[in-house]
Design a protein around this ligand. Structure first.
Ligand SMILES: CC(C)(COP(=O)(O)OP(=O)(O)OC[C@H]1O[C@@H](n2cnc3c(N)ncnc32)[C@H](O)[C@@H]1OP(=O)(O)O)[C@@H](O)C(=O)NCCC(=O)NCCS
Length: 194
């Protein structure tokens, strides 16, 4: 399965709408699962020239089958599996916040792991950022696992940072060293990993 990032287009808003109204996704984005499609269109139009953000659709495609003659047959169309964003891009401090969501039906297939690496590559190699950070719930064990594999380490704990499902919860602020200097997950002391 190949995964690529491309710019979020107006045609993608119905897909984004399905994610932004799913409480399984939005509770970890610290947001209420309540967005009308009209509102998403309005936000999209308002931010279309906003240089402080890059919003990507994550697309996955099955490998192309090859016929007996070794020539690639036309493969299935790429499918949208999630959204990854660099927001609050600051061109003085050269930093940005990272956010990701994968459609519940496509979770556990490795898409977030690949998309995180691609988005970090874009942030550092294309945008020439100095730092990328993210805020993750201390209870979001799946996401923390992915970020640790991608080389993120904890900068600090934010106590009672957000309210979801009836109570306040803690979050971690984490950031990666980039490029990784050795295999992910082994380069820092365990207590400093996220
Ligand atoms: C978190 C999220 C992005 C992960 O996406 P995904 O595509 O399912 O992740 P991947 O398939 O790439 O990787 C899943 C990994 O997490 C691990 N994992 C899953 N649940 C876990 C848990 N509860 N505890 C520890 N590890 C867990 C899997 O074993 C797998 O590890 P491996 O690759 O080492 O085998 C996705 O669940 C999501 O969109 N959640 C809702 C929104 C969200 O939480 N966004 C992040 C906000 S900071």
């Amino acid at each position: 399965m190949s995964v690529r990032l491309r710019a979020l287009e107006r045609d993608d808003l119905r897909f984004a709408h399905s994610l932004s109204n799913d409480s399984r996704v939005m509770s970890y984005w610290f947001n209420e699962p309540f967005d009308s499609l009209a509102e998403l269109h309005e936000i999209y139009d308002r931010h279309i020239h906003d240089l402080r953000e890059r919003r990507f659709v994550i697309e996955a495609r099955e490998p192309e089958a090859t016929g007996g003659d070794g020539i690639a047959e036309s493969g299935p169309r790429p499918e949208r599996v999630g959204v990854v964003e660099l927001v609050e891009i600051d061109y003085i401090h050269r930093c940005a916040e990272f956010q990701i969501m994968i459609a519940p039906s496509r979770q556990g297939e490795g898409h977030a792991t690949t998309a995180t690496r691609l988005a970090l590559d874009y942030a550092f190699a294309v945008l020439n950022l100095h730092k990328v950070y993210l805020i993750v719930s201390t209870e979001n064990h799946g996401a923390i696992h992915i970020y640790r594999k991608a080389g993120f380490t904890v900068e600090g704990t934010l106590r009672e940072e957000f309210f979801t499902d009836g109570r306040y919860r803690d979050a971690l602020r984490t950031s990666p060293r980039w490029p990784p200097t050795c295999s992910p997950g082994t380069r820092t002391a365990p207590e400093s990993r996220c």
